[in-house]
Design a protein around this ligand. Structure first.
Ligand SMILES: [Zn+2]
Length: 490
């Protein structure tokens, strides 16, 4: 059904690009599409001819082929197109009738059943392959003939208070990072590692009234003879000092003290405040566990998942793409992302039913060292290595392959990868991403090209132009695609 969704998007795109048609007229056409009430419309014919010019014949041929394939796929002769039906309005009627039947709940089952009828048939696979081929042709044709330049022209209205909420979450994150860095050193025999739930970050970042934030996280502690164990915790971060009594809180100087003596069913509970520029950590009363993860099986990194041969579910891939994109806006590069924004720092635990909890990706981090230079900053040929890494993550999540697996001998110098290697490889792979929607590919390309600042400037995430660019050209496109694919908002 993925190719059908792509096609759906292409038809919408064509409609939006039709020249000389008023917005009202386009809205009317969209409404008619939903109501299977498309009438021959000479203005649409003219607009299509104007849009495609001498390529009109190619366009007509592509649409005819697609309609035939759809007819074959659902085994419905009424969707097929006969030889004498060469008028493009009639073709549209059929195509849109097909969409309308998909959108209309009463006939969804019928269409689904028809698809299932073909499910075991090799013909179905071959028809879908053909549909993919013609979708690509149509997409290329549209790309060539739509005059809308890429990026910057997409007018996306920012939600009210959006910049303020990004500032606020970055500020809360900064307080949290400073306080944990101050309480991280201890005399335990192990190095404590922390994993932060990225859902805590993207859940908070979309709120415009954000004043304080609570974060789900885990730390690895020494469990004596049992080895090491993960302990769940919640941290509430406040930008001001609170008025809790001494009985309600205990000042914390070492992170592991927060997790000591907590019963199995409970998680530790912390408060971090900013007292006139000085972050302070408190241990609060333990709370009932919120995440309830199972730790019998080890956690898996995104890299582990990519290296495993099993295919990743599409819902997981698209949800994760959005989470990693949102998180980049909420996490400061020089603290949270100082070790990079990549597949090794993203991991998953198992839920209580022992299945991998795909819904909740975690960011792995330690608060021990503060490198003075971000990895890749000095030598990178990209204007912001963390944004480049986001682009690479999007490629890896979509293709289910590591970027390293795309390297050729020519990408290496003396057999070794250098600072330019992944950028060059990502650029090449992005331009040949043909099995995803235009929206997804443009989101990847925007991360690689960062068109929001002049070429000689760094694309700093503290720059509102860059944040807006990430929102408009990456997040919004991923959200659009998500909506098309799953018929629901992310
Ligand atoms: Zn310790």
């Amino acid at each position: 059904m993925y190719e059908i969704t792509i096609l759906n998007g292409l038809v919408d795109q064509t409609l939006n690009a039709l020249p000389g048609l008023s917005d009202d007229h386009k809205q009317r056409l969209k409404k008619q599409m939903h109501e299977t009430d498309w009438k021959p419309d000479s203005e649409v014919d003219c607009a299509l001819r104007e849009l495609f010019g001498s390529a009109m014949n190619t366009y007509e041929m592509a649409i005819k082929k697609i309609v035939r394939i759809l007819g074959d796929l659902i085994g419905d002769p009424t969707v097929r197109i006969s030889k004498e039906e060469t008028d493009e309005s009639k073709m549209y009627v059929k195509l849109e009738a097909f969409y309308a039947s998909r959108k209309n709940h009463t006939s969804t089952t019928t269409v689904k059943e028809r698809f299932q009828f073909w499910r075991k048939d090799e013909k179905r696979a071959s028809k879908l392959k053909q549909l993919e081929k013609w979708n690509k042709k149509l997409e290329r044709l549209l790309e060539k003939h739509t005059t809308t330049p890429k990026q910057t022209t997409t007018v996306v209205k920012l939600p009210p208070g959006w910049h303020k909420s990004i500032e606020q979450i970055r500020f809360l994150g900064q307080i949290l990072h400073s306080s944990l860095t101050a309480s991280w050193s201890c005399d335990c025999s192990i190095r404590h590692e922390a994993r932060f739930c990225l859902k805590s970050i993207d859940r908070l970042i979309v709120r415009t009234d954000l004043a304080e934030g609570d974060f789900d996280f885990l730390i690895q502690t020494d469990a004596g003879a049992k080895g090491q164990q993960w302990q769940e915790g919640i941290i509430l971060v406040k930008p001001t000092s609170s008025t809790l009594s001494q009985q309600q809180r205990e000042l914390l100087t070492r992170i592991c003290d927060a997790a000591k003596g907590i019963p199995r069913e409970f998680c530790f509970n912390m408060l971090v405040e900013d007292v006139q520029g000085t972050p302070r950590s408190w241990k609060l009363r333990a709370r009932k566990k919120r995440l309830c993860l199972a730790h019998e099986k080890p956690s898996l990194s995104l890299e582990d998942l990519l290296n495993a041969s099993s295919a990743l579910p599409l819902t997981f891939k698209r949800g994760l793409a959005l989470t990693v994109a949102w998180s980049l806006l909420g996490l400061k590069e020089d603290t949270w992302l100082q070790e990079g924004w990549n597949k090794r720092s993203i991991s998953f635990f198992h839920a209580s039913d022992q299945k991998l909890d795909y819904e909740r990706p975690f960011l792995s981090t330690c608060f021990e060292t503060q490198p003075t230079t971000l990895p890749g900053t000095m030598l990178s040929c990209h204007s912001n290595p963390r944004i480049l890494e986001l682009g690479i993550l999007l490629i890896e999540i979509h293709t289910g392959r590591t970027i390293e697996s795309y390297r050729t001998e020519g990408d290496l110098s003396d057999g070794q990868a250098n600072a330019f290697t992944d950028y060059v490889v990502a650029d090449r792979v992005a331009r040949s991403l043909n099995d995803c929607s235009l929206d997804y590919r443009e989101a990847v390309e925007a991360c690689l090209d960062t068109p929001w600042v002049p070429k000689d400037q760094d694309a700093d995430l503290s720059d509102p132009r860059v944040r807006e660019g990430i929102y408009t050209d990456v997040i919004k496109k991923l959200e659009n695609e998500y909506e098309y694919l799953f018929r629901e908002k992310w």
